[in-house]
Write a new protein. Structure first.
Length: 74
């Protein structure tokens, strides 16, 4: 009889336990280096993973950690 009472408690423990899922982390907005004026993007991000960043030679542009600079910047 006691084992029948444990079944719902065990089922509830399994049903209510689990992993906590958080949304994917978003990189914070890029802060311009001292003495550099921030320029907003003129077109939408090329895709996921691209961040609006400052390049010392080319200026502002979309950068991806794996693909480099959008539109040929290296």
């Amino acid at each position: 009889m006691k084992s029948l009472l444990l079944i719902p408690a065990i089922a509830a423990a399994f049903a209510l336990s689990g992993c906590v899922v958080t949304p994917p982390s978003v990189r914070p907005a890029y802060v311009a280096p001292p003495g550099v004026v921030y320029v907003e993007p003129t077109y939408a991000s090329p895709g996921p993973g691209w961040a609006w960043e400052y390049h010392a030679h080319y200026g502002w542009g979309w950068h991806h950690p794996q693909y480099g600079w959008h539109r040929g910047w290296r």
